[in-house]
Design a protein around this ligand. Structure first.
Ligand SMILES: Cc1cc2nc3c(=O)[nH]c(=O)nc-3n(C[C@H](O)[C@H](O)[C@H](O)COP(=O)(O)OP(=O)(O)OC[C@H]3O[C@@H](n4cnc5c(N)ncnc54)[C@H](O)[C@@H]3O)c2cc1C
Length: 460
C-alpha cells in the first residue's frame, strides 16, 4: 500500500499547486511525502482546462472575503512563478465598459472596491474607445484595470504537477477516491487504483469536493455546477481586441467578456447557468445565441469573424458566497472547496493556505533548503518565440523545423517532447493542452491523422 504524509485529492490547478507546495516542505527533518490522487488519466482535465484564463487582480472581489485575499496573493505568486517556469502571460490589461447611465454611475464605487481589495491602479477612462477602438456604439465610459492579464491555464497546471514530481511527489492517476477510513494516526483512502495510507488529507476535488467532504462526515456545502460556455474566434480577430473587455459585474457574477487568448485568438463568454449534472460540459444552441447577442453589442465587428471552437466549463459553485476552506485537526483533514471562478489565479495562495492550516494544527512544515530548480515549460504563447521560428533550435534539431499542425504551427519536435515529458499526454486532448496541436481553425481536419499516429508511437 502507498504510504505518505499527505494525500492531495484532485489533480486540477488547485491540487497540483498544493502538491507542489507540500513537496517543497520538510517535516521531522525529511521531505514531506506527498501523493497527488487524481480520478482521471491526466492532470488538469476537468474545470482547470476550460476557463477564461485570466490572471485576475481581484479588483472586483468581495472586500474582506477569503477569495479576495487568495486572488490578490495568488496573482503575485503566479506572476512570479510564470516568469521562473515560462508559463506564458500577457499583461494586456482590461477595460471595464459602462453601457448604461446606471452602470456609469457605479464606476466610482467599483474603483473604491478595487482599492479596498488592495488594487489601487484602476483608472477611470472617459472614452473606452481609446483603449479598444472596435467596441460597439454606446460605450459611455469605463475603468482601466492595467493589471488584468491573460495566461495559459494548461501550462500552469502542468508546471505545478511537473514541479511537484521533481520535488518527489507521487502522481496517482486513475485513482478515484471512493471512501476514507480515518484512524487515530492515519487515514486510509480507498481508491479505484488501490488503497492509499496517509497522515493528512487535502481535499482539492473541485466539482467533487463536497462528496469528498462528506467522506469525512461533513455536510457544510453542496456543489452546484455552474456552466460557462465560450466561443473562440479565429486568429484574424485578435488585432481588434488589444485588451480584455469586461462588463460591469452584477449580482449574477462577472458577466460576459471579450478577451484575447494567450494562443492568439479571441474568446467571447462565459454564460452562467446552474445545472444538476456535474459532467455536462456540452455547449448549447441557447448559449450560442445568448453569446452572439451579447457580442453584437460589445463588438459587432467580431461577429463577422469566424468561430473556430466552442467549449464549456463547470464552476464549482456552492450555496456560500466565498470559498470553503477549513481544517479539521482531529481528522488531519483540509478542505479547499467552492473554488468557483478564480481558482486558476488563486491556486498558489490556496496551496500556501493549506500548508498554513496544517502547520496551525501542530505539524511543522518547514521550507526545504534543497528543492530542485523549477521546470522550464514549453512556450505555447503566441506573443513569445515558438520553436518553428527559432533558428537556434532548428539548427540543432530539425524536428523543430518540421511542422505537423499547420494552423497552430506545432512541430514534430514539440509533440515528441510532450510524449517524453514527465507527465505525458494519454489522449489527443492531453496532447493539445501540451502543444496546441489540433486546436486551430481546421480543428485537426488536416493534421489529425498524423498527430494521432505520433501519439500512438507510430512515426515518432
Ligand atoms: C467558464 C469558467 C471561466 C473561468 N475563468 C477563470 C479565469 O479567468 N481566471 C481564474 O483564475 N479562474 C477562472 N475560472 C475558475 C477556475 O477554472 C477554477 O476555479 C479552477 O480550475 C478550479 O480548479 P480545481 O483544481 O479546484 O478543480 P478541477 O480543475 O475541477 O480539479 C479537480 C480535480 O479533482 C478530481 N476529483 C474529483 N473527485 C475526485 C475523487 N473522488 N478522487 C480523485 N480525484 C477527484 C477531478 O477529476 C479533477 O481533476 C473559471 C471557471 C470556469 C468554469
Amino acid at each position: 500500500m502507498i504510504d505518505v504524509d499527505v494525500a492531495v485529492i484532485g489533480g486540477g490547478v488547485v491540487g497540483c499547486a498544493v502538491a507542489r507546495e507540500l513537496a517543497g516542505r520538510e517535516t521531522d527533518g525529511r521531505p514531506v511525502a506527498v501523493a497527488l490522487v487524481e480520478a482521471r488519466g491526466d492532470v488538469g482535465d476537468v474545470t482547470s482546462k476550460a476557463n477564461t484564463a485570466i490572471l485576475h487582480t481581484g479588483f472586483d472581489a468581495a472586500p474582506g472575503s477569503l477569495e479576495s485575499t487568495m486572488v490578490s496573493r495568488g496573482y503575485d505568486l503566479l506572476s512570479a512563478y510564470a516568469g521562473d517556469t515560462g508559463i506564458p502571460v500577457e499583461a494586456t490589461g482590461a477595460v471595464l465598459v459602462a453601457w448604461t447611465q446606471e452602470e456609469l454611475s457605479t464606476l466610482p464605487a467599483l474603483r473604491d472596491k478595487a482599492a479596498r481589495n488592495g488594487y489601487a491602479d484602476a483608472v477611470p477612462v472617459t472614452s473606452a474607445y481609446d483603449h479598444v477602438p472596435a467596441l460597439g456604439p454606446g460605450a459611455l465610459g469605463g475603468l482601466l484595470i492595467p493589471g488584468e492579464s491573460i495566461i495559459c491555464p494548461w501550462t500552469t497546471t502542468l508546471a505545478y504537477a511537473t514541479d511537484a514530481l521533481a520535488r518527489g511527489a507521487r502522481l496517482l492517476l486513475n485513482h478515484r477516491v471512493t471512501s476514507a477510513d480515518v484512524g487515530a494516526d492515519a487515514t486510509v483512502l480507498s481508491t479505484t487504483g488501490g488503497d492509499v495510507r496517509t497522515r493528512w488529507v487535502v481535499n482539492a476535488a473541485g466539482l467533487g469536493s463536497d462528496r469528498v467532504d462528506a467522506m469525512f462526515g461533513h455536510r457544510r456545502f453542496t456543489v452546484v455546477p455552474r456552466r460557462g460556455e465560450l466561443l473562440v474566434f479565429d486568429k484574424l480577430a485578435r488585432a481588434s481586441v488589444p485588451r480584455i473587455v469586461l462588463p460591469v459585474p452584477s449580482s449574477k457574477g462577472k458577466g460576459v467578456l471579450v478577451s484575447p487568448t494567450i494562443f492568439g485568438n479571441v474568446m467571447l463568454g462565459p454564460t452562467s447557468e446552474d445545472l444538476a449534472d456535474r459532467h455536462d460540459t456540452s455547449t448549447s444552441a441557447e448559449g450560442y445565441a445568448f453569446l452572439l447577442a451579447k457580442g453584437s453589442v460589445i463588438m459587432p465587428g467580431l461577429m463577422a469573424e469566424e468561430v473556430t471552437a466552442s467549449y464549456a466549463g463547470l464552476r464549482a459553485a456552492t450555496e456560500h458566497a466565498d470559498y470553503v476552506v477549513d481544517v479539521d485537526p482531529a481528522q488531519r483533514y483540509v478542505v479547499l472547496g467552492g473554488i468557483r471562478s478564480t481558482g486558476l489565479t488563486a491556486s498558489m495562495a490556496l496551496a500556501e493556505r493549506a500548508c498554513d492550516l496544517i502547520e496551525g494544527s501542530g505539524r511543522r512544515l518547514d521550507l526545504r533548503p534543497d528543492v530542485p530548480a523549477p521546470p522550464r515549460m514549453p512556450n505555447l504563447g503566441e506573443a513569445f518565440p515558438r520553436p518553428y521560428e527559432r533558428v537556434d533550435l532548428i539548427e540543432h534539431d530539425p524536428d523543430y523545423g518540421t511542422i505537423v499542425c499547420f494552423c497552430e504551427r506545432v512541430t514534430r519536435g514539440e509533440i515528441r517532447d510532450a510524449l517524453r515529458s514527465p507527465i505525458p499526454p494519454v489522449d489527443l486532448d492531453g496532447l493539445r493542452r501540451r502543444t496546441r496541436a489540433v486546436m486551430g481553425r481546421c480543428q485537426g481536419f488536416a493534421c489529425g491523422a498524423e498527430v494521432d499516429a505520433l501519439l500512438r508511437g507510430e512515426g515518432a
